[in-house]
Design a binder for this molecule. Structure first.
Ligand SMILES: NC(=O)c1ccc[n+]([C@@H]2O[C@H](COP(=O)([O-])OP(=O)(O)OC[C@H]3O[C@@H](n4cnc5c(N)ncnc54)[C@H](O)[C@@H]3O)[C@@H](O)[C@H]2O)c1
Ligand SMILES: [Zn+2]
Ligand SMILES: [Zn+2]
Length: 362
């Protein structure tokens, strides 16, 4: 039977978000309904509200979530009701050319639930990243549910559903940071700090955090940064070169999503080094670089979707590392809030006051 739940809807470009009644259908074949326990506020939710992703309003926001599977549709074998899961936004298909080549982390045909959640008047909602988890319950594809150790707190587990996985994976998977490498991270919000954590986990010898906000730099230090640079007052390219014997870092991770910070990353990297773009640009942004520099500096210019993660491989592994005390995911949760507090959380994110505000459901 279709259920009525409360969810946070972005009605139109830059309009304030509202808590609305959302209709959640029973799961069809290949689908699951998940009772959400916690969902973090990610910068991408704000991008949706501002029209930076697409114009498919109204959006049902929220995508960094963990919860309990309530019901599953026909033929679902991945999960069963009662499972504690993290929701992922890249359910791999197993059949596309990338999956068939043994690279499911790049799956080119990821999928979401077929049925639509709606408002009371029947208006179809576009769930953010195919999830829509600022809601008491949501409908997803069963492949979007990844089972993990239920002893971890939902507020912590949910973080792996987006930003923290994107950052850790940008360092571990996309950047392939290795023992002894020098790494710079530009933009130390939730995603950038997670890249710092990933770089430390990989054994980087030097981790240089760059931000325009000193408070963010202090937090980055507690996450494992060995050096910090405030790029409002100091040229970050020169500072990173100076800290790396005049050469630049082996891996530079851009976690802002702007042309000027991408350029900094490009020039702050050593010859044959790697740039990883994990920040999400808006469609109007352009990059202008001398092609001779792209050629002459060698190396790799990569972008990182979701940290190139494979949820079934990476989520349980990172939860285990957290439970063993080898990484501290709880440090990303600045505050827990209610469903009605999303606008306030956006404002605090904008002001740089938080790494993650996490909505907790009772
Ligand atoms: N690629 C992916 O899969 C993926 C996943 C999640 C989020 N993201 C993106 O990652 C980016 C960061 O997300 P977040 O949640 O950490 O956001 P956030 O707002 O918490 O953090 C952004 C940080 O960048 C800093 N910053 C802003 N302008 C800067 C500048 N010019 N130079 C240096 N630092 C600057 C801010 O002070 C802040 O600390 C966003 O673009 C988000 O959409 C990407
Ligand atoms: Zn595929
Ligand atoms: Zn996100």
């Amino acid at each position: 039977m279709t259920q009525q739940v409360q969810g946070v809807v972005a009605p139109g470009k830059n309009e304030p978000v509202r808590v609305e009644t959302v209709l959640v259908p029973d799961p069809g074949p290949g689908e699951a309904v998940v009772k959400i326990q916690a969902c973090g506020v990610c910068h991408t939710d704000l991008h949706y509200k501002q029209g930076g992703i697409n114009d498919d309003y109204p959006f049902l926001l929220g995508h960094e979530a963990a919860g309990i599977v309530e019901s599953v549709g026909e033929d679902v074998t991945e999960v069963t009701p009662g499972d504690f899961v993290i929701l992922n936004w890249r359910a791999v298909c197993g059949r596309c050319r990338s999956c068939l080549r043994g690279r499911p982390q790049y799956c080119f045909d990821t999928h979401n639930a077929q049925q639509k959640m709606t408002l009371l008047d029947g208006t179809e909602l576009s769930p953010a990243l195919g999830i829509g988890a600022f809601a008491e319950k949501t409908l997803v594809a069963a492949g979007q549910c990844t089972k993990v150790d239920p002893s971890v707190s939902p507020a912590v587990a949910g973080l792996l559903g987006c930003g923290v996985m994107a950052g850790i994976g940008a360092a571990l998977n996309t950047g392939q940071v290795g023992r002894g490498d020098s790494v710079a991270v530009i933009g130390c919000g939730g995603v950038g700090d997670a890249a710092v954590v990933g770089a430390r986990l990989a054994g980087a010898a030097k981790i240089i955090a760059v931000d325009i906000d000193d408070r963010k730099l202090e937090t980055a230090r507690t996450m494992g940064a060995t050096h910090t640079v405030n790029s409002r007052s100091t040229d970050p390219v020169e500072a990173i070169r100076e800290l790396t014997g005049g050469h630049g870092a082996d891996v530079v991770i851009e976690a802002v999503g702007r042309p000027e910070t991408y350029k900094q990353a490009f020039y702050a990297r050593d010859l044959a080094g790697t740039v990883v773009l994990v920040g999400v640009p808006t469609p109007d942004m352009r990059l202008d670089l001398p092609l001779i520099d792209v050629f002459g500096r060698g190396g790799a210019l990569k972008s990182s979707w979701y940290g190139d993660c494979l949820p079934s491989r990476d989520f349980p592994m990172l939860i285990d590392l957290h439970q063993q005390g080898r990484i501290d995911l709880a440090a990303f949760v600045t505050e827990t809030i209610g469903l009605g507090d999303i606008e306030k959380a956006f404002a605090r994110m904008h002001e740089g006051d938080v790494l993650r505000s996490v909505v907790e459901f009772s």
